[in-house]
Design a protein around this ligand. Sequence first.
Ligand SMILES: [Zn+2]
Ligand SMILES: [Zn+2]
Length: 282
Amino acid sequence: MKHIYKWDGHTHTHYCRHGADASVKEYVKRAMELGFERYSITEHPPLPDGYLQNVDVMNQLAMPYDELDRYVVEMAAIKQQFSREIDVRVGLEIDFLPGCEAYTRTLLAHVSHALDEILVSVHFLPGREGMRCIDLSPEDFMEGLVAHYGSVASVIHTYFDHVEAAISFASTLEIPVRMGHLALIEKFRDALPAFDDALVRARLTRLLPLIKAAGVGVDCNVAGFRKATCRRPYVPVWWMARALREEIPLVFGSDAHSPGDVGADWAWFEQVIQGCEFDVSH
Ligand SMILES: [Zn+2]
Ligand SMILES: [Zn+2]
């Protein structure tokens, strides 16, 4: 049996309003109970003012700007506090914000001295009446995106166009990056009409050489297992096998929004990596 480095690379905190109130220490203690060797804290940073039309949704998604400094100081203290027991990494889950790349660069320049790594994720696409989330609810997806683009297939294409742009953006950042949940577009797949698996597969395949060339890693995000409309990870097993052959770093990510979700479905990830010929799972 290969030793698979036990690392949860994608977790949230009370700084995002859609997460639990639990303290970050409870998350870290849960990771230690489960035998994790490394734990990455990857909260959503603030969004630009007025980025979404819906202010209530926006306030749920990310911390206000004036909390960012407190976040990095608090997480650095936790890293220090547990440093003898577990390797805590301080990070952020950055959004790829088309048209607002300068905003993200400024934000990162402000806090990157305090960060070990980041995730770059696509959660937003242009849609009806401005930017829309892809992961709020099937109803919102239909109303804000499918009605705007005319078909689910067209939304899938637009999503992967944005992921490709996000990869080239990520390749310019001077900090270790993993691409967040590449197949997040599958979150509501079972609730959407005519969800085209072959299209998703073709677009995911196209990402392999781009990710390899960009020198970034990938978040093997298991939150999709916990969604009734998805019930699968946000990176398919066939893709992981090909990525390992290409020596693309793969890191497990629970995307925990409560301590109970830390390390969820680690056994699935471990089994996939055990079954693969190559191991660059860290
Ligand atoms: Zn995310
Ligand atoms: Zn996340």
